[in-house]
Design a protein around this ligand. Structure first.
Ligand SMILES: *Cc1c(COP(=O)(O)O)cnc(C)c1O
Ligand SMILES: [Zn+2]
Length: 418
């Protein structure tokens, strides 16, 4: 299917490598990236051909790095782009969209996109045991997709994760290893595991392939807008990969002839103040991120203190004319409620981060109120219910009796919507 991958290439020095499970350049430790033959891709794809395919991420298969048919996660992607009228009104902006991966199949986060590519590739490389280092959602996705693919799975996480993300991993039969330490400790251990046991760890030795799956989030946004890009996109950042891949996706679409105009989208990154290595580096005018030793935020899925792609994330925000901001835990909770009560979308803490940062950037005047904005919602609130548990109304308990209910109604003011 895809003769379009030439191999891997170092993002620092450009050195070429053959297709293999390797994520770092041997000369300078720069991250490796998939190298495509875009001229050949341009020859074979066009809008009509893509539109005839099923609406999932694999309709952009020529721009994804697997050789054969996808064997893992063939139905991932194809999530709604929601025109958010009530939220737009609440924020005081004209045109607002939500790309909603809170309903991505099968594990309700955008991580299913990266995992389907990584595990399809893992099978092509012949791995029978796979795994990952995760802040939660990746764990869920690797466990579910590997179960469907019949692969053995070891998942490594910081031991203090949300219960829903733990059960949402072990239910699929994956071995879950909780590490007494931060995500960065988990990640370091996983590099050693990949080396010693020759396993396919999706965001370690398979990372160049894995990361490409995120591009489909961007392809879908542009296609759903009618084959054009918005003026502003706000993306959450953990390792800093997704934000760069959305940018890359838009430019690839132009390069292969799917967009008429060169994208000029300004890209903004969102973090929690309790773990803000990328936004603090950006705001301090640094080229790269400022590592956070001990992350402390309810947005656990974004709590990576030393992000692998921090440098590239800052570059994308700066070069596109975007910016980055971070928000406190109470702001995150408020934004989760605002999204739920204006648009009926229950996003996880990461969604609260992205919306709260969007609001902040609008209030700062960095995002103009009359221009088109897309907010990236990447995970589902059912997995992080503790974040809002104390901020929502308790149910009113009565006897099964109409007078009891009437008394409740009389004693209650009208529900106030935000
Ligand atoms: C992993 C994750 C992100 C960010 O991913 P990176 O590509 O590592 O920056 C955003 N939102 C959610 C819900 C995630 O699980
Ligand atoms: Zn290099």
């Amino acid at each position: 299917m895809s003769d379009f991958v030439r191999g891997l290439k170092c993002r620092m020095c450009g050195k070429a490598y053959p297709k293999q499970p390797l994520n770092y350049c041997e000369d300078d430790f720069g991250p490796l990236e998939v190298d495509y033959d875009y001229d050949a891709i341009r020859e074979v794809i066009n809008r009509g051909k893509i539109e005839m395919r099923p609406f999932n991420m694999w309709r952009y298969r020529e721009l994804l790095p697997i050789d054969g048919e996808p064997t893992v996660g063939p139905l991932v992607g194809g999530t709604p782009l929601v025109r958010a009228h009530r939220l737009a009104e609440a924020l005081g902006v004209e045109t607002l969209w939500i790309k909603n991966d809170a309903v991505n199949f099968p594990t309700l986060s955008f991580k299913d996109r990266v995992v389907s590519v990584a595990l399809s590739k893992a099978r092509e490389f012949g791995f029978t045991t796979v795994g990952c280092a995760s802040t939660g959602n990746l764990a869920n996705s690797v466990a579910a997709n590997a179960a469907q693919a019949g692969l053995n799975t070891y998942v490594f996480v910081p031991q203090d994760l949300e219960t829903a993300k733990i059960i949402g991993t072990t239910v699929y039969g994956a071995k879950l290893i909780g590490i007494k330490g931060t995500y960065d400790d988990v990640n370091r251990l996983c590099s050693q595991v990949a080396d010693r046991y020759n396993w396919g760890l999706v965001n370690v030795n398979l990372r160049p392939f894995y990361a490409e799956g995120s591009k489909t989030f961007g392809y879908e946004i542009a296609e759903q807008l009618g084959w054009r890009t918005p003026q502003h996109v706000v993306s959450p950042m953990a390792g800093g990969s997704l934000i760069g891949k959305i940018h890359k996706a838009f430019h690839e679409m132009y390069k292969v002839g799917l967009l008429d105009r060169e994208p000029r989208t300004k890209i903004y990154g969102a973090q929690a103040t309790g773990c803000n290595p990328i936004t603090s580096g950006l705001k301090a005018g640094q080229d790269s991120h400022r590592p956070v030793r001990k992350p402390n935020t309810i947005a656990k899925s974004l709590a990576i203190g030393d992000p692998a792609d921090g440098y590239f994330a800052i570059k994308v925000m700066r070069e596109t004319g975007g910016f980055g901001e971070d928000v406190s835990d109470p702001e995150i909770t408020d934004a989760m409620l605002l999204l739920a009560q204006t648009e009926g979308i229950f996003a996880e803490t990461a969604g609260g981060v992205t919306l709260a940062v969007t609001k902040k950037l609008i209030d700062q005047g960095r995002i103009p109120r009359d221009e088109e904005i897309v907010i990236c919602i990447t995970g589902n609130g059912l997995k992080t219910q503790d974040a809002v548990a104390n901020a929502v109304e308790k149910p009113i308990i009565i006897r099964p009796n109409i007078d009891d209910f009437a008394a409740v109604l009389e004693g209650q003011p009208e529900p106030v919507l935000v």
